[in-house]
Write a protein of this length. Structure first.
Length: 139
């Protein structure tokens, strides 16, 4: 079973992603954090296969959350996907700079979400540290 940590303050995103994995016939346990407080402890406790982080959250934003996770050597190989409504070049560049593995622009329809998640699931994670920026964004 795939274990996903979703860091997003919107409960509807949790339901949206959970339903999308189900429709793809992917057995996934999705754990949601509403904010980035104690992210290291949560990762240690649940040992997720990948982490999705929203950028626009109250208190600690997703880029700062990404930095906090990547600051810990033991999480350097953990797949991290920025999952945001923002398609700002600055956000994409910051995410790339701080070693997110992929950047997914939140889709506005269920079918687009399932297509985006299919791309994430089929991604060759062996390439995660050598991916050029033009292949980094899934929109």
């Amino acid at each position: 079973m795939l274990k996903i940590l979703l860091i997003d303050d919107d409960r509807e995103e949790y339901e949206f992603i959970t339903s999308a994995f189900e429709s793809l016939n992917v057995k996934a346990e999705v754990i949601q954090m509403q904010d980035c407080f104690d992210v290291s402890a949560t990762i240690k406790e649940h040992n997720p296969d990948m982490v999705f982080i929203d950028i626009n959250m109250p208190s600690i934003n997703g880029i700062d959350c990404l930095k906090a996770v990547r600051a810990e050597k033991k999480f350097e190989n953990l797949p991290i996907i920025i999952y945001s409504t923002s398609n700002s070049i600055a956000d994409v560049q910051e995410s790339f700079k701080h070693k997110a593995n992929l950047y997914v622009v939140k889709p506005n329809t269920f079918s687009k979400l399932t297509a985006s998640l299919q791309k994430v699931l089929s991604f060759d994670w062996n390439l995660r540290n050598t991916l050029p920026m033009d292949k980094f964004v899934i929109a």
